[in-house]
Write a protein that binds this ligand. Structure first.
Ligand code: NAD
Ligand code: TYD
Length: 351
């Protein structure tokens, strides 16, 4: 028997596919509706293991299409929303900021409006859960951490669009009493990430013995969390997070880019039976990203103390699992890096 119908947006993407898998398998009494427009980053091959489950439905559609969203909500009368659909890559936001405004801001407001109408119509609505990023807090230049009280200071078109959407979510809570919750997570890594982001891009390039384009001096710092641990946190926040609250999610796992890249090179040499040091020779320092945020680091003590969530995997284990997945799923990599990817790659890296 279905007890709840939950809309997950962006469920064919990297993090969304892990959230869909967790919810479909863990909650057989929930009907999970995955709404995704299947942009270059969305791929139904990420979900072949759950696609025939009776409690899973896929709907292809665009969150910027207000009429479509209104009809979707009328059809399904959702009990809750977990919103992940977004344009998510900083480099693309630098070349095409308007796409980020449309999907990340307008798309989010469309979903908020549709949720608000359900509540207005008397629906007992669980919550609108907005999945956001630590990048809204800006760039750290000392050894402090982002807490839930850190002021927003987004620096890229991507983070500005996510910050804007976070503000709209809070405004709907304050103005219309929409039940909402927000989480802001650090950089994720793991299976199914589109190979435009650092880790899968570099694994794919090492595999093909292509140059590894390190921006600037490689000294920027990111805080990496295994994607399945983020999905576990999303489950906890959806079910136990206090309405109106924000939760920071992170792995307390900071790496300089160059430090992380050297670890990747070393493990790949071992896994591919290549001479030690051969992948490091592919490192190529290229022009820095415009406005490149220096350091992100999350203080995740609130979610740990209040909701009992902690990461389950150490980085050493997570990165081995991740590399194994990309090596074993070469056909996935080849599939997603055909077609448009080649044009993107040329444009991004031939500057
Ligand atoms: P992704 O780019 O892999 O996936 C995004 C998904 O959204 C894709 O399946 C895409 O098809 C879909 N989508 C894009 N535009 C759409 C539209 N207009 N209508 C419907 N669907 C659309 O992104 P991801 O890395 O999985 O990130 C998911 C969410 O988590 C995003 O909101 C992102 O801001 C947030 N987040 C990501 C990270 C990270 O490290 N990747 C960290 C913290 C937060
Ligand atoms: P990315 O995976 O794009 O995530 P984000 O910018 O959202 O943190 O990049 C992670 C870090 O790696 C960031 O400091 C930029 C850097 N980077 C490179 O040095 N070279 C690359 O080709 C890419 C894609 C990223």
């Amino acid at each position: 028997m279905t007890t709840k119908t939950i809309l997950i947006t962006g469920g064919a993407g990297f993090i969304g596919s892990h959230v869909v898998r967790l919810f479909v398998n863990k909650y057989p009494d929930y009907q999970i509706v995955n709404l995704d427009n299947l942009t270059y980053a969305g791929n139904l091959a990420n979900l072949t293991d759950v696609e025939s489950q009776p409690n899973y439905t896929f709907v292809k559609g665009d969150i910027t299409d207000q009429k479509f969203i209104t009809e979707l909500f009328a059809t399904y009368n959702f009990d809750g929303v977990i919103h992940l659909a977004a344009e998510s890559h900083v480099d693309r936001s630098i070349t095409s900021p308007m796409e980020f405004v449309l999907t990340n801001v307008v798309g989010t407001v469309n979903l908020l409006n549709a949720s608000k109408e359900l509540v207005k119509g008397g629906k007992a609505f669980d919550r609108f859960y907005h999945v956001s990023t630590d990048e809204v807090y800006g760039s750290l230049h000392d050894d402090s951490f982002f807490t839930e009280q850190t002021s927003y200071d987004p620096q890229s078109p991507y983070s500005a669009s996510k910050a804007s959407s976070d503000h709209f979510v809070r405004a709907y809570h304050n103005t219309y009493k929409l039940p909402v919750v927000i989480s802001n997570c650090s950089n994720n890594y793991g299976p199914n990430q589109f190979p435009e982001k650092l880790i899968p891009l570099f694994i794919n390039n090492i595999r093909q013995e292509k140059a590894l384009p390190v921006y600037g001096k490689g000294e920027n710092i990111r805080d990496w969390l295994y994607v399945v641990d983020h999905a576990r946190a999303i489950d906890v926040v959806y079910h136990q997070g206090v309405l109106g609250e924000t939760y920071n999610i992170g792995g307390h796992n900071e790496w300089t880019n160059i430090g992380l890249i050297k670890v990747l090179c070393k493990i790949m040499d071992r896994k591919l039976n290549r001479a030690e040091g051969s992948s490091e020779k592919l490192i190529s320092y290229v022009t820095d990203r415009a406005g490149h945020d220096f350091r992100y680091a999350i203080d995740a003590s609130k979610i740990q103390k209040e909701l009992g969530w902690t990461p389950s995997l150490q980085f050493e284990e997570g990165i081995e699992k991740t590399i194994d997945w990309y090596i074993e799923n070469e056909s996935w990599l080849s599939f997603v890096t055909s077609g448009d990817y080649l044009n993107y790659y040329k444009q991004q890296y031939s500057k």
